[in-house]
Ligand binder design. Structure first.
Ligand code: IVH
Length: 702
């Protein structure tokens, strides 16, 4: 739309400024007011009276006058919307009163409970009839903002932050076209007006923004809220200015009304905001009684797709502001307002295909490939179908129109099929009999939901295993994420986890977006991770079937190194806690496989050969060979206490059983305490636990 080009013609040389005549001052003031009026007509009312060219001509006149006479410039001049500055940081500032969130209800019954709570509090604390009028408006899904006006002039603006302290975003807010810089009116304004509301990007503007971003290879935003937040919290104000943000006002913070008549109700506050030049959330309405509120909520839900911005519910606020003050706030939220959150949005889209993903353990997972669709604020193009039985029970076929929602508004899931829209040619899905990655036959054991590929050489399994090996769940090699590992595999540089330790800076240098500094850093990270790894961590990284966190820990405590574990027979393994025949066989098979033996030898040659700390230093003491469980809060961090207990030869377990040796109980212990007491398990406090550590020769103390 308007270009607002800042023309710098006729800029006087330094020292050349003359003073404006009173007529010039008056003219500049008039021009500024005129520009703000046209701005309001265009951006807030969507009803311009002049063409963009005429607006630009007026704008240029003001720029020229302010350039010639800098004394004419004011912080809230329409020219301040140009937004050329680049800030160093966003300073923080406390709100004059806390910006609360809202409590949610998810049904009309819950809403009725809310209304009853109000009646009850009113009965105890108020007088007269309890409030029955509610101002209702849509719940906008953007980010909350506070703008403070002093005598009608925009003074500063803060994000919500943590509710107590926000970030100062005044410069950015000035560029939001529908924010009045000077309040509209007759010149009499509240001394301090604290306007609160939401910054949003309209859906159509969000789509255009992402198209623009894609065209220039920039960041694609997941949803309008993220895009709005990213745009407002910019240091480079010209970026904020280029994003068509809007501010919609819905409540007031502390105000000093001064000579201005104070506002008695929410609906009058909204009318006043409108007169002052603010845009309001659409469709706001004063509702009398619960039935009207309920009708409003239902209608807003029905009309959700038609709103120009994302909304995720409707808000009801007690209309009488004095009653609002009496009802007050809980620790979290106002007692006088509630958000009715819509149930998860359901949309229909075409399922174009079903793809099979092969995971690290060889499990085949079917994934629905969808025609991209916008649901609950994000574009979804994939959804898991879990397994063969799920496909059968949904009777979902390629070419079907499926019903989709985001479970808990996060993970996309297919909840149904529109059978009436099924094309004639759509056939029942046949689960593959062979692995799509390696072509070997797949199998499904009786009683299991999953089909598996058990080809040790399957490229998909290898890739996922390597990704697991370097990930946080494995050796946690910093900088070696999924994309990097995938590239190394593609280039043939990584075939087994042992190859990681012979990578060179030159190898990494061949990859996309990899400079020499980063390559050097990653090589150093690899060496460091190898040095730091514990036996338990390495066992977990290897991804042996059935060996998860706690089993890896237990094995790490019972064996001195990988070789000792590899030598253990099934009989020996089965004697260990939590190891049954299936687990014992899995561990045994892993170490009996020649390819794995080669990998382990290569680890050893490289120096990736962890020796458990506990095995080296376990002293004879009261904790040796005992099982121990922690509950409640103790003085030292839980993981530290666990590590010390392990060092003293104890084994950490996660549940109370009659075999538990000790329960260490801190403050606010939960149900584990009661259970242990019932079973007669010895319960230690932290002091006694520390004493026992000391008796084991381990130094510990608060
Ligand atoms: S009224 C005292 N009205 O939703 C609080 N809030 O999830 C008065 N929100 O942080 C707030 N749309 O910023 C109100 N129409 C609306 C709203 C709204 C969105 C925000 C609000 C709050 C959040 C709670």
């Amino acid at each position: 739309m308007k270009t607002e080009n800042n023309t710098h013609e006729n800029i006087p040389e330094h020292g050349e400024h003359d003073l404006p005549a009173p007529a010039d001052v008056a003219r500049a003031k008039k021009l500024a007011a005129e520009l703000e009026r046209h701005n309001y007509l265009y951006h807030t009312l969507d009803a311009p009276e002049i063409s963009d060219e005429e607006y630009d001509a007026l704008f240029r006149q003001l720029v020229e006058m302010e350039t010639r006479w800098p004394s004419l410039e004011t912080p809230n001049s329409p020219t301040s919307r140009v937004g050329g500055s680049v800030l160093e940081s966003l300073p923080k500032m406390p709100h004059s009163s806390r910006m609360y969130g809202l409590d949610n209800v998810f049904s009309m019954e819950e809403f009725a409970d809310f209304a009853q709570r109000i009646a009850k509090i009113w009965h105890e604390e108020g007088s007269g009839a309890s409030p029955e009028d509610f101002w209702c408006d849509p719940k906008l899904d953007g980010l909350a903002l506070e703008i403070v006006y002093l005598n009608g002039q925009l003074a500063y603006a803060l994000t919500r932050g943590d509710g107590e302290v926000g970030e100062v975003v005044t410069e950015a807010v000035r560029t939001i076209r529908n924010v009045p810089l000077t309040l509209r009116g007759n010149g009499i304004f509240p001394a301090t007006l604290t306007v609160r509301g939401e910054v949003v990007l309209f859906k159509k503007d969000f789509e255009k923004l992402n198209e623009r971003q894609a065209a220039k290879g920039g960041k694609i935003f997941a949803n309008p809220r993220n895009a709005a937040a990213g745009s407002l919290r910019q240091l480079d104000i010209s970026i904020t200015k280029s994003r068509p943000l809007r501010f919609l006002a819905y409540s007031a913070g502390p105000c000093d009304w001064g000579k201005f008549p104070p506002c008695p109700t929410q609906h009058e506050l909204m009318a006043l905001y409108k007169d002052f030049g603010f845009q309001l959330p659409p469709d706001g309405k004063l509702c009398h009684g619960l039935d009207e509120v309920e009708a409003f909520m239902r209608k807003t839900h029905e009309k959700r797709p038609d709103f120009p911005m994302e909304i995720d519910g409707a808000v009801a606020k007690v209309d009488d502001l004095a009653a609002q003050a009496i009802l007050g706030f809980t620790a979290r939220a106002p007692r006088f307002a509630i958000a009715y959150k819509f149930p998860a949005e359901e949309v229909k889209t075409l399922m174009e295909n079903i793809e099979i993903q092969v995971g690290r353990t060889g499990v085949l997972t079917p994934v629905a490939i969808l025609k991209p669709v916008f649901v609950s604020g994000v574009t979804v193009s994939h959804a898991t179908l879990h397994n063969e039985d799920e496909i059968k029970s949904l009777d979902v076929r390629v070419g079907d129109t499926v019903v989709l929602r985001r479970a808990g508004d996060v993970i996309p899931e297919i909840i149904g099929v529109d059978y009436s829209a099924r094309p004639d040619r759509a056939l029942p899905y046949k689960f593959p009999t062979h692995c799509p990655a390696c072509g070997e036959p797949v199998y499904r054991e009786a009683g299991q939901a999953y089909w598996r590929c058990d080809n040790m050489a399957c490229p998909a399994i290898r890739m996922r295993s390597l990704i697991h090996f370097t990930s946080r769940a494995g050796l946690d090699i910093q900088g070696m994420g999924e994309k990097l590992v995938a590239q190394l595999v593609e280039k043939g540089l990584l075939k087994s986890p042992a190859d990681i330790f012979i990578l060179t800076e030159k190898d990494l240098g061949q990859l996309e977006r990899m400079g020499p500094v980063l390559a050097k850093k990653i090589i150093a990270n690899i060496a460091q991770a190898a040095k730091k790894a514990s036996l338990a961590q390495l066992l977990k990284a290897l991804g042996i079937m059935h060996v998860g966190d706690s089993l890896a820990r237990m094995l790490g405590q019972n064996f001195t190194d990988l070789e000792a574990l590899a030598r253990a027979g099934i009989d020996e393994l089965i004697k260990l806690p939590d190891v049954g025949p299936e687990v014992a066989a899995s561990i045994h098979d892993f170490f009996a496989t020649p390819a794995n033996q080669v990998i382990i030898q290569r680890f050893r040659d490289y120096g990736l050969w962890p020796v458990p700390q506990a095995a080296k230093s376990v002293a004879d003491g009261p904790l040796k060979g005992k099982t121990i469980l922690f509950t409640g809060t103790i003085g030292m961090p839980r993981h530290e206490a666990q590590a010390l207990a392990e060092e003293a030869g104890a084994r950490i377990v996660s549940s109370v059983s009659k075999n538990l040796s000790y329960l260490v109980a801190g403050e606010n212990p939960g149900s584990k305490f009661a259970k242990a007491e019932k079973l007669g398990i010895p319960i230690l406090d932290e002091a006694r636990f520390i004493e026992m550590l000391n008796e084991s020769g381990i130094r510990a103390g608060k």
